[in-house]
Design a protein around this ligand. Structure first.
Ligand code: SAH
Ligand code: DHB
Ligand code: MG
Length: 223
């Protein structure tokens, strides 16, 4: 067994043993595959981590940037109280349509709103619409724009908010300071910005598993 097969097997070992059987999440993954969406949703263990972080935070207002088929949206929205709300931003019409269907089937359409459009166009509309003071923000859209998304996250969050950024390790390419990959450059610009931003306390978590070698940045907005 090579290393990455082992990571995958261990990811399955924990998710099958620690998570309850989950027909809703199974049907979301099936619907996404049938609609030919790229299989780049968070893994089950990562989804459950997002759910647990939102639960720990007692999050009532969540913002997600990058919906795809709504898999991570559903994990996050499950942590919301009855009067909680998740706004999720998606630029691709077809992804948004599949996500809408999945979120409805999960019984969460009352709590989740999908805003269709490039996030840099929809983010400025949030505060005027009364969507601000988020207490958890999950950034998982196009990687070159990560520095912009983290700045928006700070602007739209309340003190104590949790900011989570997906895909910050990218098989280790993050430490290549000559990388021509605009995604890697975006992550490195975010890290430089965070290193000088006193209002956010942050760290990074490297992860292995079904999605290979990657990681999250986790930040908390200071009180
Ligand atoms: N969070 C999802 C996966 C998101 S994949 C999950 O774990 O289930 C990234 C998504 O971001 C894709 O659906 C892609 O269409 C969307 N995206 C890419 N560029 C975007 C942009 N500029 N604005 C909003 N969404 C964008
Ligand atoms: C890609 C995007 C993601 O958000 C992810 O978690 C994995 C891969 C991608 O664009 O390849
Ligand atoms: Mg991702």
């Amino acid at each position: 067994m090579d290393q990455s097969e082992k990571w995958t097997e261990i990811d399955h070992y924990f998710s099958t043993n620690l998570h309850a059987s989950d027909p809703i999440m199974d049907s979301v993954r099936k619907a996404n595959a049938e609609a030919n969406l790229p299989a780049i949703d968070v893994s089950p263990n990562q989804g459950k981590l997002l759910y647990l972080l939102a639960t720990l935070k007692g999050a009532k207002n969540i913002l997600e940037i990058g919906t795809l088929g709504g898999y991570s949206s559903i994990w996050l929205a499950r942590a919301l109280p009855n009067d909680g709300k998740l706004i999720t931003l998606e630029s691709n019409d077809q992804h948004a349509k599949v996500a809408h269907e999945n979120i409805k089937n999960a019984g969460l359409d009352g709590k989740v709103e999908i805003l269709v459009g490039a996030a840099l166009d929809t983010l400025p509309t949030l505060e005027p619409k009364g969507f601000s003071d988020f207490d958890l923000i999950f950034i998982d859209a196009d990687k070159p724009n990560i520095p912009h998304y983290v700045k928006w996250a700070l602007k739209l969050s309340r003190p104590g908010a949790v900011i989570i950024v997906d895909n910050v390790v990218r098989k280790g390419h993050v430490i290549d300071d000559n990388s021509e990959d605009l995604g890697v450059q975006g992550i490195r610009q975010m890290v430089d910005w965070l290193s000088e931003e006193p209002r956010i306390d942050s760290t990074a978590i490297q992860t292995v598993g079904t999605k290979g070698y990657d990681g999250f940045v986790l930040g908390v907005v200071k009180e």
